[in-house]
Design a protein around this ligand. Structure first.
Ligand code: MCN
Ligand code: CUN
Length: 788
């Protein structure tokens, strides 16, 4: 579709360069660690070497003797203010600092406050803690066995490690479909714990200003407004009321979900600033970030899929055990303890489905769902895409053909899934066919057959995912009771330039550019004349923040709606200026003209000036509007990915030779930014498929707690992505746009895993869990007698 605006205006469809990049490229961004205030103190944290242990004694004497060390803060100090525990976003509780025992390795034990960063670190090294180790539970299956040590002894009535049971769908119908099925497949799938490892770690500068009676916190948060409310709810009783708190989320060096939760470090820094009256900075280091911040996935899944002989899929049944660590700190909408996992019927027209999830406590860091995931959608997509592939292979039907046969058809939209979601729009076969054409699917299958003759291992994997983003309709979506709307406030200045503020917060997604483009599209004001601001609770309108790819679906929609409110008023002003009736004016971006006499017109800039200098009598001056947008539905972006792998028989190494990604996120605001999002997302789907995992030994020692063994792919390992689009607009979004930020991470791992299994199927391999590391494949090949 050709853009509606000129490149100079830069509305939707123009690949204008990112406004934020000049400062980022030159190293002139302002991140939390760039904030330096006079008299600032530094906080560093003592962490537990044990995964489960009683704290018998904390001796601060030696630490306090170190020059510059001012205080050692313990759980007992916070207990006096009832701040030693805090609520999690899932209404569980989490320790800020422990009073009795620690629950995972690297948990915060005490905090040292000093006049310099190094002083604080020296202080941490000098704090002496006496522990009494307790039995450790790392396996969630064992955690639920009778007789397992009960971890949450703080909960008076808790007699086991079971957090909750949740189920969804029609069990009777599903069980019947399985009884009647011709073919069924069943598979255990483990999706391991991984970590986002954003370039910038987490941190804050807390400044309690006694004179102003105000707390300002610069912090790495994706949701500044919600965090301020949580602070006020937790610490209102000690004088931190909401109007006295200002949260500023400055530039963020990657969030990916890891900057949604409230970490103890933030709370301790705030407490330390309130107690000392000095600004306090806390910035975690890389190992702290990897070992103690919230993690993703850790789902133990058993899935079953049923079909008729002819290959028509009929039903899906899933049981899952969710390892939440010692507290359920996931950042899910509160109604959905397993997030949106029940979008697991994916792109297929299944008549029945039933899902059960049980949460378990273990001696690991708190649960989260952070890793470009849209609330457990990665787990859902991985499951259905693996299972569909398994069924296709089982039936001996080509996996592409099998998918096309079972896809929800374009004419079935809006489509109600067996698990209750109403998919807004889609053309799944369109995306898959485009991916097949791009990669040359038929030729690749021929090549594979030839190679197999020669004993070479080549596989082709498909993932045709459906995403679900844009939380969400207030009927169903809230976090701690806060409805998941989002907002945009626009002010057009007299000279026709504008400022727009949002309740979201970019962490690298390019909001300063794309939001300006939405306004440019609607108002005809050039994008370069529009300043976008986010992340300051003192100035921006309330919103729930940026995660779950909700900014475009929700705040982007608010930007369109607020713009249209501006245009309503602009039309009246134009009518006044043109001495015509408002309904006799025609609008094109940036200009109102009189019907039939196009040369009688007023530009948006003329109108803006008149709004302050010559507005109609009886009308209020100014040109501004705000929208708090409550989306009527979620948006359902989708795509089809095809991946070709070659497997080295000697080493077990999987090489991704080609990877074609066709994405559909409805109407596109900035094609270049969308492509960038897909590239980033693919890289973050590739990484957990082949490299990344955080695991624990039997006594709870973290494996993968540093970059030595938590393997982040570099540009050398990362494939060259081949991307493309189809466009199926969302019927309910004012701009027809859907989100895209997480699609590729959600969709990519299954394509890679499917390609690997496709390469090994003839050897009897039915499934390989990610990460698909060389040792895993090498062992499999040895079992099959392929390699020595
Ligand atoms: N966009 C577009 N046209 C569309 C959809 C999106 O031009 N039809 C643009 C948007 O305007 C925006 C970007 O693509 O500039 C991403 O938009 P959207 O899909 O709405 O996602 P969000 O802005 O809400 O970003 C959140 C999403 C999430 S949840 C994770 S995790 C993630 C991701 O974005 N974290 C990121 N991408 C990231 N990219 C960077 N650089 N850094 C992160 O931390
Ligand atoms: Cu789940 S990662 Mo993103 O929603 O911030």
């Amino acid at each position: 579709m050709a853009p509606k605006t000129t490149p100079e205006v830069g509305g939707m469809g123009h690949s204008i360069k990112r406004k934020e990049d000049p400062r980022f490229i030159r190293g002139k961004g302002t991140y939390v660690d760039d904030v330096v205030l006079p008299g600032m103190l530094y906080l560093d944290i003592v962490r537990s070497p044990f995964a489960h242990a009683k704290i018998k004694k904390i001796d601060s004497t030696k630490a306090l003797a170190i020059p510059g060390v001012l205080a050692v803060i313990t759980g007992k100090d916070l207990e006096k203010y009832n701040l030693h525990w805090m609520p999690t976003l899932m209404s569980d509780t989490q320790m800020v600092l422990p009073v009795e025992k620690v629950m995972y390795q690297a948990q915060e034990v005490a905090a040292v406050l000093a006049t310099t960063r190094y002083g604080a670190a020296d202080g941490v090294a000098a704090v002496e803690v006496e522990y009494e180790p307790l039995p450790v539970v790392v396996d969630p299956k064992k955690a639920l066995e009778p007789g397992a040590p009960v971890l949450r002894t703080d909960k008076k009535d808790k007699k086991d490690n079971h957090i909750w049971h949740w189920e969804w769908g029609n069990k009777a119908d599903t069980d019947r479909a399985f009884t009647e099925a011709d073919v069924t497949v069943k598979q255990d799938i483990y999706i391991p714990r991984i970590h986002v490892a954003s370039i910038e770690t987490c941190g804050c500068v807390a400044h309690w200003d006694k004179v102003q009676d105000k707390l300002t916190v610069w912090m790495t948060t994706q949701a500044p407004h919600a965090i301020r409310t949580v602070f006020a709810l937790v610490a209102g009783h000690v004088g931190l009321e909401e109007h006295k708190i200002r949260v500023i989320s400055p530039d963020i060096g990657g969030g990916f979900g890891g900057k949604v939760p409230v970490y103890p470090g933030y709370v301790i820094a705030v407490a330390a600033s309130v107690l000392t009256g000095k600004p306090v900075k806390w910035i975690e280091d890389r190992m702290e970030n990897l070992q103690a911040d919230s993690f993703a996935r850790d789902y133990h899944i058993t899935a079953e899929l049923a079909a008729k002989k002819d290959g028509t899929l009929t039903a899906l049944r899933i049981k899952t055990l969710a390892d939440h660590g010692y507290t359920d700190a996931a950042a899910n909408p509160s109604k959905f303890p397993a997030g949106l996992f029940h979008v697991c019927t994916g792109s297929y027209d299944l008549k029945a489905a039933h899902v059960e999830v049980d949460g378990a406590y273990t001696n690991k860091p708190p649960g989260g769902i952070a890793y470009r995931c849209s609330f457990r959608v990665t787990e859902a997509v991985h499951t259905i895409e693996r299972m569909t592939d398994l069924m296709a292979h089982q039936l001996g039907i080509d996996p592409a053909e099998f998918r096309i046969k079972n896809f929800i058809k374009p004419e079935q939209f809006p489509y109600k899934s067996a698990l209750g979601w109403e998919y807004d729009s889609g053309n799944y076969a369109g995306a898959l066919r485009k991916a097949m054409d791009t990669i040359g699917y038929a030729d690749l299958r021929r090549e594979q057959a030839e190679k197999r003759q020669r004993g070479e291992l080549m596989g082709i994997g498909i993932s045709s995912f459906t995403e679900i983003v844009g939380a969400g309709p207030s009927k169903h979506f809230d976090i701690l009771g806060l409805k998941m709307f989002d907002s945009c406030e626009i002010r057009v200045h007299p000279t026709g330039k504008a400022i727009a503020r949002f309740g979201t917060k970019s962490q690298g997604q390019g909001h300063e550019t794309t939001y300006a483009q939405i306004l440019a599209e609607e108002l005809g004001i050039p994008a370069k004349d529009i300043k976008v601001e986010e992340g300051d609770t003192d100035t921006a309108p309330y919103g729930l923040g940026t995660y779950a790819s909700r900014s475009t679906p929700v705040a982007g929609a608010a930007a369109a709606v607020a713009s249209r409110k501006i245009l309503d008023k602009a039309r009246k002003i134009a009518a006044h200026l043109l001495e015509a009736a408002p309904e006799d004016l025609v609008y094109e971006p940036g200009k109102f003209s009189v019907k039939g006499t196009p040369d009688r017109s007023k530009t948006i800039q003329d109108i803006a000036f008149a709004a302050y200098t010559n507005h109609p009598q009886g009308m209020e001056a100014g040109l501004e509007a705000v929208s708090y947008y409550d989306p009527p539905n979620l948006t359902y972006p989708f795509g089809s990915y095809i991946c070709v792998v070659d497997i080295d028989k000697g080493t077990g190494e999987v090489k991704v030779r080609r990877f074609v990604a066709i994405d559909d996120c409805g109407n596109i605001i900035n094609p270049m930014i969308v492509e960038g999002q897909v590239h980033g997302g693919l890289s973050m789907g590739f990484a957990p498929a082949l490299y990344e995992e955080i695991s624990y030994d039997e006594i709870g020692n973290v494996q993968g707690g540093s970059f030595i063994d938590y393997l982040l792919p570099t540009a050398v390992e990362t494939p060259k992505w081949e991307t493309g689009n189809t466009v199926t607009p969302s019927p309910h979004h004012p701009l027809g746009a859907k989100g895209v930020g997480e699609s590729a991470t959600v969709g990519a791992p299954a394509a890679i895993a499917n390609a690997v299994v496709d390469a090994l199927w003839h050897l009897g391999v039915r499934h390989v869990d990610i990460p698909i590391t060389p040792p895993k494949i090498w062992r499999l090949l040895r079992e099959k007698g392929i390699t020595e």
